[in-house]
Design a binder for this molecule. Structure first.
Ligand SMILES: NC(=O)C1=CN([C@@H]2O[C@H](COP(=O)(O)OP(=O)(O)OC[C@H]3O[C@@H](n4cnc5c(N)ncnc54)[C@H](O)[C@@H]3O)[C@@H](O)[C@H]2O)C=CC1
Ligand SMILES: CCCCCC(=O)/C=C/C=C\C/C=C\C/C=C\CCCC(=O)O
Length: 260
């Protein structure tokens, strides 16, 4: 998809990766980006991006994406204000250690359930019947493949996002909806999330060959998932070791006798 002139909605847009994704779209001349976030920091982030990237429009919509009705309100707001939605990025996320039961349950709800809400809403608003087609990028993590010790629910939520995205992005579905759905799986990236779990930075420092990536580098992968029309149901890894790569997809050929 050509980003120029398009309208995007990014959850967790006040955070490290969300801001970098918004900036990448704005550099590519998106018409408008709406940052959807539970943190009021989103107001300053939107103002900062607006000043950096005129004449694109940057809005902040305050909402908890774990509440379906409130999240739907964000879609209604963007649809009404700009007449269409083309790009949805389900990026809001959190982590909790296994010792923290309520935090772990909240992690599953935010990182997986809210991504389901955002994927469903993205399809409802962008499909060929009510919209003009579009693309949804769900932010998972390398933790979907290589579990981070001490955070079962974080790892499970991210593996769930990969499976959900593959299901939503099967070619048969795309033919009906005109909406591509892809997953982005970064390794450790320099954002405030790394400071929300005590001992995490020390744990990363002990991993061999695990430099922390910049959000701008991860945003290069994000932009490819948006722009490349070939990618649907795709899972992209972004790591300092192997760079930006698409995980081979065994179900790519819909005429293949094996659907596995
Ligand atoms: N930083 C890293 O090393 C990696 C991060 N990720 C994923 O990237 C995504 C973005 O994370 P970061 O930018 O790193 O973290 P961050 O903490 O900077 O940003 C997360 C944003 O989500 C927002 N948020 C939290 N709960 C919300 C809710 N209920 N409703 C709406 N917004 C909510 C926060 O206010 C924050 O602005 C997450 O899904 C995370 O799991 C994936 C791989 C690596
Ligand atoms: C190779 C896996 C890369 C995963 C990258 C990623 O998603 C990073 C997430 C950052 C923070 C949150 C994840 C889990 C933290 C929760 C608990 C860690 C407990 C640490 C401890 O001291 O036990």
């Amino acid at each position: 998809m050509k980003i120029s002139g398009k309208v995007a909605l990014i959850t967790g847009g006040a955070g490290g990766l969300g801001k970098a994704f918004a900036a990448a779209l704005l550099r590519a001349k998106a018409k408008a980006v709406c940052l959807v976030d539970i943190s009021s920091r989103g107001k300053e982030v939107a103002e900062d991006l607006r000043l950096q990237y005129p004449p694109s429009q940057v809005d902040f919509y305050h909402c908890d994406v774990m509440n379906y009705d409130l999240f739907k309100g964000a879609f209604d707001f963007v649809q009404k204000r700009f007449g269409a939605i083309d790009i949805v990025c389900n990026n809001a996320g959190m982590a909790a250690s296994d010792h923290n039961v309520s935090g772990s349950i909240r992690t599953l709800r935010l990182n997986l359930e809210a991504v389901y809400f955002g994927t469903k809403l993205g399809m409802d608003y962008m499909d060929k019947e009510s919209g003009r087609g579009g693309v949804i990028i769900n932010v998972a993590s390398m933790a979907a493949f290589l579990p981070l010790m001490g955070s079962m629910c974080y790892n499970a939520s991210k593996a769930g996002v990969v499976a959900l995205t593959k299901s939503a992005g099967v070619p048969e579905q795309y033919e009906m909806t005109g909406v591509r759905v892809n997953a982005l799986c970064p390794s450790f990236t320099e954002t405030p999330l790394l400071d929300t779990s005590s001992g995490l930075r020390e744990m990363i420092a002990q991993l061999p060959n695990h430099p922390i990536m910049s959000p701008e580098y991860v945003a290069e992968g994000f932009q490819q998932l948006v722009e490349n029309e070939e990618l649907c149901g795709a899972v992209m890894r972004v790591t300092p070791q192997k760079g930006i790569e698409i995980v081979p997809n065994r179900r790519k050929d819909r005429n293949s006798s094996s659907k596995l």
